[in-house]
Design a protein around this ligand. Structure first.
Ligand code: NAD
Length: 491
């Protein structure tokens, strides 16, 4: 990368007004891999002014859907052609294993393609109301949208946000996590290259309490879409009240993965590993609570521990690595503190939970995947999102208890059920207070289907037609087909 990476505001690559910069770290070895400009509120304000002008004055709001689709298909192609480069950069910055980063790039391109296609599809409704009136319902872009994303899927979250917003005809101010801005910067280079008009898509780099807060409270931003922690979501919601912004929030989770005794044993063990340990456990929808039927508990845990110990942890760019480092030293320490807390609370640590210091990994933020059994529902490790490779196990006797335990947190993002009894699987899923669910699987996500949570896991949905609609206002147009006087007042 170049020596100083800049922000993209109003079609220009710019430094921060205050001249600040930030070093970006490779979590696999703690080394600086890039220096980027560090924006603040005043930089975000410039981006907002550009986005407002692009929307209202430069004509983006009237751009035909087919043109928005053309640009986005071109962006998807440009990204896909550079899969290798983007995947390596994502791994370098985020830490995740390269095979996961490669999937993220493919998924991001597919997301752009999905929304490019959706831009030109029918979105309105018509009603034959009372003669001679005809009612049309049209969807229009909301206007200027602020978008804030976390560090766990930097490129993919950018696609989930920019795809529907730009396809629906909005202009955007996008803020990546201050820890992982590198693939977003490269993505904006492609946005520029494929020819998006200036001011339509703006990239502002900086911290949450400066740039992020400005996006949340700015009066000229019509909508704020946020993915991140529930506490941050709450503060964004409060900051957004000033001008009654439209809000979408994709927040945290502590999702249950429920295994019944009649499940296919090996398949359930395999999916359980995938549910919690993919992406180092830094996944909002992670199956971070394993709910297991009492009769198979011991046998299941034994097999799970055996396989967990074999997960190959190391630098994501290294051949054969299955799990990378955590994102930062601060986050690693937070996860390690939860492991200590779990022990103090009386849970039994079955494996892992230590920082990995040997094998040349001592400079990175590597943690062994951990499993806790002997938990009780009130323990903090059971209730709070750890956002790392730590699985907590809860035992249940029957279906009723499984459902009660599954729903017993403030969150409601995701959940899975493993059973060979199809009716039971669906019965349990229908009782789960969660927005994203699986039967005999855990974690696969599709651009076609809505993504989002119940309870304190968020507001609104991303992906699918639902995600597109979140970036539209709905207008009714009532047309009098016989424009004669109404004759209500007689004189
Ligand atoms: P975070 O909430 O700390 O930060 C997310 C983003 O918000 C970053 O860009 C950050 O700079 C910004 N931010 C921080 N404080 C802010 C503030 N006061 N005002 C405005 N912006 C602010 O989250 P994180 O640590 O980056 O990511 C982990 C969290 O994200 C987890 O809780 C995880 O569950 C959640 N997450 C949710 C989903 C989902 O789809 N529901 C997806 C991925 C991650």
């Amino acid at each position: 990368m170049e020596s100083l990476e800049k922000m993209y505001i109003d079609g220009q690559w710019v430094s921060a007004l205050a001249g600040k910069t930030r070093n970006i770290i490779n979590p696999a070895d703690g080394c600086v891999i890039a220096t980027v400009v560090e924006g603040a509120a005043e930089d975000a304000q410039l981006a907002v002014a550009a986005a407002k002008r692009a929307f209202y004055e430069d004509g983006w709001m009237e751009t035909p859907p087919v043109e928005r689709a053309r640009l986005m298909f071109a962006l998807a192609d440009a990204l896909e052609q550079r899969t290798d480069k983007f995947a390596k950069l994502e791994t370098l910055n985020n830490g995740k294993a390269l095979r996961e980063a490669e999937c993220d790039v493919g998924d991001a391109a597919a997301c752009f393609r999905y929304y490019a296609g959706l831009a030109t599809k029918p979105h309105g409704q018509t009603y034959d109301v009372v003669d001679p009136m005809q009612t049309l319902v049209v969807r229009e872009p909301i206007g200027v949208c602020g978008q804030i994303v976390p560090w766990n899927y930097p490129l993919l979250m950018a696609a989930w946000k920019l795809g529907p917003a730009l396809a629906a005809g909005n202009t955007v101010i996008f803020k990546p996590s201050e820890l992982t801005p590198l693939t977003a910067i490269k993505l904006f280079e492609l946005i520029e290259a494929v020819g998006y008009p200036k001011g339509v898509a703006n990239l502002v780099l900086g911290a949450g309490n400066t740039v992020g807060q400005e996006i949340a409270k700015n009066y000229d931003i019509d909508k704020v879409a946020f993915t991140g922690g529930t506490t941050t979501g709450r503060s964004i919601m409060m900051a957004a009240t000033g001008n009654i912004k439209n809000i979408s929030l994709e927040l945290g989770g502590k999702s249950p993965n429920i295994i019944f005794a009649d499940a296919d044993f090996e398949a359930a063990v395999d999916w359980t590993l995938f549910a919690i340990f993919i992406n180092q456990g830094e996944v909002c929808s992670a199956g971070s609570r394993l709910l297991i039927e009492e009769s198979i508990h011991d046998e299941f845990i034994e097999r799970l521990v055996e396989r967990t110990k074999k997960i190959k942890v190391g630098p994501g760019l290294e051949e054969g690595v299955e799990m990378g480092p955590l994102i930062s030293e601060t986050h690693m320490n937070r996860v390690l503190d939860y492991v200590e807390l779990g022990k103090k609370e009386g849970a039994k640590l079955m494996c892992g939970g230590q920082r990995i210091l040997g094998d040349g990994l001592e400079k990175g933020y590597f943690v062994e995947p951990a499993i806790f059994t002997n938990t009780t529902p009130d323990m903090r490790i059971v209730q709070e999102e750890i956002f790392g490779p730590v699985l907590v196990v809860q035992k249940f006797k029957d279906e009723k208890e499984a459902i009660a335990l599954a729903n017993n947190t403030i969150y409601g993002l995701a959940g899975g059920v493993f059973t060979q009894d199809g009716a039971k699987g669906l019965r349990v899923i229908k009782k789960l207070r969660a927005g994203i669910t699986w039967i005999n699987a855990y974690n696969p996500t599709y651009n076609e289907a809505p993504w989002g949570g119940y309870k304190q896991s968020g507001i609104g949905r991303e992906l699918g037609t639902f995600g597109f609609e979140e970036y539209t206002e709905v207008k009714q147009i009532n047309i009098n087909l016989d424009p004669s006087p109404i004759g209500w007042f007689k004189n």
